[in-house]
Design a protein around this ligand. Sequence first.
Ligand code: GAR
Length: 216
Amino acid sequence: MARLKVGVLISGRGSNLQALIDAAADPAYPAEIALVVSNVAGVQGLDRAGRAGIPTAVIGHKGFPDRPSFEAALTTALRSAGVAFVCLAGFMRVLTATFVEAWRDRLINIHPSLLPAFPGLHTHERAIAAGVRFGGCTVHYVRADVDAGPIIVQAAVPIAPNDTAETLAARVLEAEHRAFPLALRLIAEGRARVVGDSVRIAGAVAPAGFALNPPG
Ligand code: GAR
């Protein structure tokens, strides 16, 4: 079966990109990465893509007068690479409703908290300050509101009494590296269906530590 052609948007380190690269290295994985786009030049994620032989593009947002023209350049690059689906992997630009709607249900993001708790930045500091006992990560379809949209996969990570934002971030990141390839696989296998504001998953067994919505 043809693999889903994916574009990955990054802004930095690219460890979640690496998790997707590693997953897609298996020919049985149902998605392949056709293009990696960074809005920042010289970042580690671009080296990771280059090492894997994946085409890359740098589209710096600062080179455009406004968000719509920046996003039009993103879409042009993605389309010319034959991309059918987009993953935001540490992409730190807010996208307009126009871009989000153009890629509706073909655009997912990973966020380092159990959404809808702690959208935005500094999630781990805020979780520790709030005294919650679990952090975690969420892979969700992107909607116009920041860090909102139907949830595909979540994993919870316990917060230890002596955790700092750094130690918690490292533990959550391990969960992220499993959650993102899992979510993309479920979608590429046609198992994920958006129903209203939530996602139904058909015929998949949740790996240990992950919870999936029933087909419903
Ligand atoms: C990840 O923790 C990701 O969840 C987060 O940025 C980090 C990127 O790391 N994304 C967001 O905060 C988006 N709101 P990576 O570049 O090593 O994948």
